[in-house]
Design a protein around this ligand. Sequence first.
Ligand code: SF4
Ligand code: SF4
Length: 197
Amino acid sequence: MPLEQKIKYENDCDKEFAKWVSSQTGGENLRHCIQCGVCSATCPLSLYMDYTPRRLINLAREGFKKEVLSSFTIWLCASCYACRVECPKEIQVTDIMYLLKRKAIEEGVFPRRFPIPVLAREFSRMIFMFGRVNETLLVTDLFLRTNWFKFLSMTGLGLNLIRTGRLSVLPDSIKRRGELRKVLEAIESDEKKEAAK
Ligand code: SF4
Ligand code: SF4
């Protein structure tokens, strides 16, 4: 990484974003972090992250919105909760990762062509539409949006799975989808209200 990208200035901070993270469920005691690095040492995926969990927590609480929301870290987090269990200050690292993911999707700033945010968004959309996920449509949509070459290389395997009845092309749906949608809309509305606090 070039040196100028490593240096962070106070002018680059978005104090409103820092306040927002601390006001969300899970972010309440963010400022208690002592930067001990136990979360990074415990995390099985920190090796692959662009910012370790310790660095991400520090950037988030100081308001480095762009760096945090466009990082790979939040998408690589596997929600194993190891960091949360070991943190001496009981910082809700995993929940903070979730709220940053939601914010990144909301603002459309996740890394381009990175499959995990696309998968998360399409998964939610299918649940909202049908109450169930159709793997064929989900995987097709994912590859078409993120990796055409992968899509072409997987076509033969996909067709075989469809032919042998392992995958279905028709979306399966639950009964009383309307009721599920009302529940999901109520959750979304609550989340928006909390985010706007
Ligand atoms: S383990 Fe907890 S206190 Fe230590 S750096 Fe991570 S979040 Fe901060
Ligand atoms: S919850 Fe995420 S950040 Fe925490 S240890 Fe597991 S993978 Fe790492």
